[in-house]
Design a protein around this ligand. Sequence first.
Ligand code: 6R9
Length: 727
Amino acid sequence: NGIWRHPCPMNMNVVTSSRSSCPINAVVLGEALASEESELVFPSKDFSGQAMVASLEKYLEMYKRSIEDPAGFWSDIASQFYWKEKWGKQVYSENLDVRKGDIKIEWFKGGITNICYNCLDRNVETGNGDKIAIYWEGNEPGSDGSLTYSQLLQKVCQLANYLKDVGVKKGDAVVVYLPMLMELPITMLACARIGAIHSVVFAGFSSESLAQRIMDCKPKAVITCNAVKRGPKVIYLKGIVDTALAESAKSGISIDVCLTYENQSAMMRGETKWQEGRDIWWQDVVPKYPTTCEVEWVDAEDPLFLLYTSGSTGKPKGVLHTTGGYMVYTATTFKYAFDYKPSDVYWCTADCGWITGHSYVTYGPMLNGATVIVFEGAPSYPDPGRCWDIVDKYKVTLFYTAPTLVRSLMRAGDEYVTRYSRKSLRVLGSVGEPINPSAWRWFFNVVGDSRCPISDTWWQTETGGFMITPLPGAWPQKPGSATFPFFGVQPAIVDEKGLKLEGECSGYLCVKSSWPGAFRTLYGDHERYETTYFKPFPGYYFSGDGCSRDKDGYYWLTGRVDDVINVRYHSYLPWAAYSKMKLSIWDFVFITNKFPVIRTCGSGHRIGTAEVESALVSHPQCSEAAVVGVEHEVKGQGIYAFVTLADGVPYSEELRKSLVVTVRKQIGAFAAPDKIHWAPGLPKTRSGKIMRRILRKIASRQLDELGDTSTLADPSVVDQLIALSDS
Ligand code: 6R9
């Protein structure tokens, strides 16, 4: 019914009248019924009636201002925060064009502030001290805790005082290797309070990966805990840290302080290995410090944190975010994309080891004084109803997760969902990869009872916050589309020559001009920052993602176009196969006599194919490896490795296992290949470049789409690979 059109949000011809004639909660199909592009799902009148941005017109008015007058738009918002001193005359300065010199992005330079002060003290001072800041839910149902904003501030101050006492100063790095205990956001905020740069390493990375990060940022202290329970399994984190510290010591990076939280629910301190002088129990020292601590006032452009993420080479990139712009951007995106109200209870299932946990467990929500749930466990433990049990327990209103979790819960069956009320839910959110329309619809209809809009937020570690996202009350959604750009974001879809495409199109997703939350550099490697993100399409930031825009101006992300795999396994259960046979988790236990191993890793893993390859080739019997991503039912993308063995080494199941173990050991369990494909040779061009395009087709069994193989140095390797496909 041709509801409305807008080829580009800036000059769209808005026809929203049919919205009001649309029955509440109905799913309305547009012109071409069969096409996903024309399926529009409207927010209910009730929802829009109370929304912060309740119409497309209102969005367009605000969006237009954000693009025409970014300085005015963002400084009005920034003024709502506490600044010890206001920023200089120039609100921002930028150069995103490599042809015009070094890439530089600055927001609110000269402004003096502190993000911890804005998250905590500001909320306490405005009368929200008794509001719950964190509800903590442990791995085992029934283990829980909570902290009000005042209590959280006190805990943060004690740790901040301790860190200062052991010599951590403004600008020093602190590596954090903690699971989802309240101590994780406490540590982040304590570092921010004293101007130290936190670098959280997801507590699922191996000791080697942790050592690599420690050696790169040379922290003053490492903060960890003895162990954690995830699902039924105990993971001995302190042992991993010990190995990493021994490894970095070999390269001359010695760490004087390893503060260790005793997580009694997983392990007692007596069982923990200890290095006197270096290791110290959190509980023995931190509570002795004063509960107030002076704030270290920092410049808006002083670094806030480093977060390592995968790129297309083996070495992870230290994405650096600074204070002021990140603060303003995460707070604002959180507020609008979830249509935040002070009465909300918000749960983001991501681990703070990933950017989603930085921006949308800790900073964004706390800057808004929100009540946040921190969940230690696995979303399918003890059964796949756990999420909805938690939703009912805390009356969660905003639930933000990843498509992989949605898919795995969808597979477990509706009954795990429908046995819970879920009536507190208001807005659902998705992040990490494109959400396929059938998972979207299940999330919407079953989890949200066709009542809650879904914010499918597209963004990246690098962008700091949401870039393309629905504003839930403002316009109809299309299942699978992240819809429109956030305020201040100018997406550009370009072709391979870097030419900007208009209207309906597909190509590479870039962004023109900076936004406050953008990362400022790659730690210690500004050149790599420029080469990776700004050189491919001069004049633009290049995201690494493919994207198309439909006739109505909606954006549809299509996944990475570089050698990065997005493996998203929130809760990947080996019984996925059994649940297809409609067996429950208990049937699985009964048949196999095993409790399923639950691997849960927060909302996402970006893995560079090169990282996995370099782990594989470090195996003495592997001579070469090429890794590609393949579609995976639950994880979104799975890891598929082609492996060439050293001369004379025979293929064996044992060797296959030992290769997988090598990757698990070097990177982490989440990077373990799903499939090892024996390869007598790899398809290479004459210049020796592996043609991954062909490998991707072989991996996904699209053998009739191999394309031109004539430019290969030895085209016969393709037939050999196909012959070995099912070996
Ligand atoms: C926040 C986060 C970034 C990559 C990104 C893209 C994919 C994230 C998405 C999405 C489609 C969404 N991605 N959200 N693709 N729709 N809503 O995940 O950061 O770990 O750095 O990954 O994830 O491919 O480039 P990060």
